[in-house]
Design a protein around this ligand. Structure first.
Ligand SMILES: *Cc1c(COP(=O)(O)O)cnc(C)c1O
Length: 463
């Protein structure tokens, strides 16, 4: 090390006011628990988990201001003050004209799909998301993946693996005609690709192309602030812009958005549908009454909308995002140094271990990622989840399994919840499992639910 180099470390931009004690478990107890859970980490009891990296959804720690906001809940059936605060926050931070609250992201996806999709329509997207694609299919649409090829290769270090391949999109437009494509669904920091961002340049090209063909862009804006961070760090011309500024520019290139506020917006429950088109909005605000609740509460309590309004503003702070993504990168670099095969570049909300490379002796039909998630839990009580063949499900027409190129285990980091020491413990546990990986046997599926099977499927160990 250079002796006189001045060092400026950074730390979390908050201090801790309240703590929740963790539950320690024993290896024998965990072995029993995972068998009872059918080797599915979604079926474990939270009290049997030590460090919970199942998801970053609804697991954030709220700030003192958000908790104070909860006390200001206006629980009127109609026209709650908190709805207007939410509307103000969405307009100010994201810039959309109309907003309809929903109980969470999939509530918005359901309404949006019903408003925009007709039977037989094609819905292109930059890789699928489980609930998004299912709602498109239930509304009669057919999903088509138009993400760049690099996204399907976990070792490829392209800085914007969430980008859309405009050539693939153009082929769809030529084949089916633009009138068959009501919108393209664009996800920011693409979850299934490993939290990989889309560039502003790509989004601008897409805007120009879709304008020409009369196709809308609907943003899955679940992790828009995290995507903005990667644009700030990696894309030319954005290093001097604030996260808030970049977020607004992303939204300005789209016609509407579905939001799971349980992620970026730092709340435990909530979401919304945002639209710029008045007619689409009117239809959606009528439909929401059927599925969620009146358009001024959409399945949420007034206090939940208040916490969301405050969380939206906190989520676009530069200091917050730097620490949030910084913690993910800290863990990722540790694992990389231990030669653990992870998705590169390191994504925004978690580390994705490549189970095909971690357990090369298992075939994809032996569920390597599902197997690895179970093994990680047994080793030290760290709960992760599968993002591979189980999550991908079956083609609704042919009934055949999808075989995704990516077979990943997601270590998802909740926002503002764990410390750097927790990251160290997690890395050690992954390393322990890696050392003994040759002895690990695969799984067979013994129960398969019809929809979103990864949540409730059950497995047994192969002999
Ligand atoms: C979580 C998520 C959703 C669905 O939101 P819910 O709040 O879980 O219903 C949609 N898209 C992406 C990218 C997500 O991560």
């Amino acid at each position: 090390m250079e002796k006189n180099k001045i060092k400026h470390s950074w730390a979390e931009p908050f201090k801790i006011k309240m703590v929740e004690l963790l539950k320690m478990t024993t290896s024998a107890k965990r072995r029993k628990a995972i068998i009872e859970a059918g080797y599915n980490t979604f079926l474990l009891k939270s009290e049997d988990v030590y460090i919970d990296l199942l998801t970053d959804s609804g697991t954030s720690a709220m700030s003192d201001r958000q908790w104070a906001g909860m006390m200001l809940g206006d629980e009127a059936y109609a026209g709650s003050t908190n709805f207007y605060h939410l509307e103000e926050a969405v307009k100010a931070v994201y810039g959309y004209k109309y907003v309809i609250p929903t109980h969470q992201g999939r509530g918005a996806e359901n309404i949006l799909s019903k408003v925009l999709i007709k039977k037989g329509d094609i819905i292109p997207g930059n890789m699928y998301f489980t609930t998004t694609r299912l709602h498109q299919e239930l509304a009669g649409g057919i999903f088509q993946d138009v993400i760049i090829d690099e996204a399907h290769d976990s070792a490829n270090t392209h800085p914007f693996k969430g980008n859309i391949d405009l050539g693939k999109l153009d082929m769809l437009v030529k084949k089916h005609g633009p009138e068959k494509i009501p919108y393209i669904c664009v996800a920011v920091t693409v979850n299934m690709a490993g939290g990989q961002p889309i560039s502003m340049g790509n989004l601008k090209e897409l805007r120009a192309y879709t304008k020409k063909h009369g196709i809308k862009i609907i943003l899955d804006m679940t992790r828009v602030a995290e995507n903005a961070y990667f644009i700030q760090q990696k894309e030319k011309g954005y290093s001097g812009k604030s996260i808030r500024w970049i977020v607004k520019e992303i939204c300005s290139l789209t016609d509407g958005a579905t939001m799971s506020a349980k992620k970026d917006a730092l709340v435990n429950i909530g979401g919304f549908l945002a639209l710029n088109d008045k007619e689409d909005y009117e239809e959606a605000s009528n439909l929401v009454v059927v599925y969620e609740g009146l358009h001024t509460y959409g399945g949420l309590a007034g206090r939940d909308m208040e916490a969301m309004a405050i969380g939206i503003v906190e989520s676009v702070s530069d200091l917050h995002i730097k620490a949030r993504v910084g913690q993910v990168i800290y863990l990722g670099e540790k694992l990389r140094d231990m030669d653990i095969p992870i998705t590169e570049p390191i994504g925004g909300h978690g580390i994705f271990i490549d189970a095909k490379r971690f357990l090369p002796h298992l075939t994809q039909d032996q569920f390597p990622a599902q197997t690895l998630a179970a093994e990680l839990y047994v080793d030290a009580g760290v709960r992760t989840m599968e993002r591979g063949i189980v999550s991908a499900g079956r083609n609704p027409k042919t009934g055949k399994n999808y075989y995704p190129d990516l077979e990943l285990v997601r270590l998802t980091i909740p926002r503002r919840v764990y410390t750097q020491a927790h990251m160290d413990v997690i890395a050690e546990s992954v390393c322990n499992v890696f050392k003994n990986r040759n002895k690990i046997k695969g799984l067979k599926m013994v129960y398969e639910p019809k929809y979103l099977r990864f949540f409730q499927a059950r497995f047994e160990k192969l002999k």
